[in-house]
Write a new protein. Structure first.
Length: 130
C-alpha cells in the first residue's frame, strides 16, 4: 500500500528554491513520486501572486541565496506559518533569523532526496494528528 502526501483532498504543494538545477530536479522528481506538486522558484518569485504552498524547501547558506531573496522567503513563511525545510551547504551557518519560522528540518548537502520526503511525512502527520 502506498501512502502519499495529501492535505485534505488535494496533493501536497511545495515551493522549492534551489539554485543547482540537478539538485532541484532530483528533489522535484522524488516529491512527484509522492504526488506532491512542486514549483521551483527563483529570485524574482512573486509570493503574493502564487498559491499558498503546504511546505517550502529552500537552500540557505553563506553564498547560495542572496540576502533579499532569503528575507522574502523567510518573511513569507513566517507570515503564513508555512513549514520550511532548509537545505544547508555546511554545518557552520548562522541560523539567527530562524526562531520565528516553522522549521521542520534541516539537511546538509550532499543528501538523499528521500530525507526530504521523510521530513515532509513527519511534519504532515504531526500536523494532521494533533
Amino acid at each position: 500500500m502506498e501512502i502519499h502526501l495529501k492535505t485534505s483532498q488535494k496533493n501536497c504543494k511545495v515551493l522549492l528554491y534551489e539554485r543547482q538545477a540537478i539538485v532541484a530536479h532530483d528533489i522535484k522528481m522524488t516529491l512527484k513520486k509522492e504526488n506532491c506538486e512542486v514549483a521551483r522558484i527563483n529570485e524574482n518569485h512573486d509570493f503574493e501572486k502564487s498559491e499558498k504552498p503546504d511546505f517550502i524547501i529552500t537552500e540557505i547558506g553563506n553564498s547560495s541565496i542572496n540576502d533579499l531573496q532569503k528575507l522574502r522567503i523567510l518573511n513569507y513563511s513566517s507570515k503564513h506559518k508555512i513549514p520550511v525545510i532548509l537545505i544547508l551547504n555546511s554545518f557552520e551557518i548562522s541560523l539567527d533569523l530562524l526562531p520565528r519560522l516553522k522549521v521542520i528540518g534541516k539537511i546538509t548537502k550532499p543528501f538523499n532526496s528521500n530525507e526530504i520526503v521523510n521530513l515532509l511525512f513527519q511534519s504532515f502527520y504531526k500536523t494532521n494528528n494533533n
